[in-house]
Ligand binder design. Structure first.
Ligand code: KG4
Ligand code: ZN
Length: 332
């Protein structure tokens, strides 16, 4: 039997989860609003917020799970990738708690954990292709096993979430723009404006050209009508969303066909996008592929995904020592 407390603090969400024998009993996340007025995550503010939140969030998760800290088997935490100051808070907290309770530590790779979020409520078969789309990453992963994941495609510039956020900013929407753009897009016509697709080979992505073409298009239209964006906001949002989602699905389909898998999965914060969710189900039924999508609370940054990854590492005796340090950039 194992009871694991997991901590996630890689960016701007402070999260703690409790997992008992692979079942998530609690997943508590404090999202930081302090960044809104700056239009993006301010690393120094993020670490200070983590410091303020971490004890409250851990206490809340233990209470919700009905677990006393003395009955914990291990403490898991996000080792990276992420912002160094943010990671440092979670790593230091986890190390101290493990030391005080004299229990083992489990270090978890944030991107592996996003993929593992699909294993919280399901058992996807191997191999499958997972499309991981977040504010910092856009990756196509061939998942051959829990400890055997290979990046087969990724963005060469902006991540999908970054593209949503930056274009939303160009359209004058508040940060984080992705969810706001998604909501407005639902009342618009996605076929109204044809923004160009990127010309990147293989299974890689590029979104920075789209951002520039939206900016130039708007600047041109605003010369003729200063209120162009306000008057056409819903169609602009829907057209941008359609372009991003079509590109994501095209590459996902190409990779899944190439690797001859029978299942596809989604991970990361952009999985919350309504059009992405609709389109991946469509792709699955068109090709006869099984589709896996984590619950919304496990799509954006959360400790539940760290806890489930740690559960499997615990079963394999994969622990780390007190010498462990955060690593801002790590591959699988
Ligand atoms: O995985 P995540 O919570 O944090 C990172 O590790 O980056 O992803 C956050 C990203 C942000 O860019 C946010 O705008 C985007 O996910 N996002 C969305 C939606 N909900 C969150 N993008 C488009 N549509 C949404 N509904
Ligand atoms: Zn993430």
């Amino acid at each position: 039997m194992s009871v694991i407390l997991a901590i996630e603090s890689s960016c701007d969400d402070t999260s703690a989860a409790v997992c008992k024998d692979g079942k998530i009993l609690a997943n508590v996340t404090a999202s930081q609003v302090v960044h809104e007025e700056w239009g993006g995550v301010v690393p120094e503010l993020a670490s200070r917020e983590h410091l303020k939140n971490i004890i409250i969030v851990v206490d809340a998760a233990l209470k919700k799970a009905g677990v006393d800290k003395k009955s914990l088997s291990a403490i898991a935490f996000t080792k990276g990738p992420g912002l160094v100051g943010s990671l440092m808070v979670g790593v230091s907290f986890a190390k101290s708690m493990a030391l005080a309770l004299n229990i083992p530590l489990i270090d978890v790779h944030h991107m592996q954990a996003h993929i593992m979020a699909n294993f919280i409520d399901a058992q996807p078969c191997f191999p499958h292709i997972c499309l991981t789309i977040s504010g910092g990453h856009t990756q196509l992963i061939l998942v051959k096993g829990i400890n055997d994941m290979e990046i087969v495609g990724e963005t060469i510039d902006d991540a999908a979430g970054e593209a949503f956020d930056k274009i939303a900013k160009i359209l004058g929407l508040p940060y984080p723009g992705g969810p706001v753009l998604d909501k407005i897009a639902q009342t618009g016509n996605g076929k109204r404006f044809a923004f160009p697709d990127s010309k990147v080979d293989n299974f890689d992505f590029s979104f920075s050209g789209l951002k520039t073409s939206v900016l130039y298009f708007i600047q041109k239209e605003q010369k003729a009508d200063a209120d162009f964006v306000e008057k056409n906001l819903a169609d602009l949002c829907a057209s941008v969303q359609q372009r991003i989602v079509t590109t994501l699905m095209k590459k996902l389909e190409k990779a899944a066909s190439h690797y001859n898998v029978s299942s596809i999965a989604l991970a990361g914060g952009v999985s919350a996008n309504s059009e992405v969710r609709k389109s991946i189900h469509h792709l699955g039924s068109k090709n006869g592929w099984k589709v896996y999508i984590p619950q919304l609370q496990y799509c954006t940054d959360n400790a539940g995904m760290i806890a489930i990854t740690a559960h499997y590492k615990y079963l394999n005796n994969q622990f780390c020592t007190q010498e462990v340090e955060p690593i801002t950039r790590i591959s699988f």
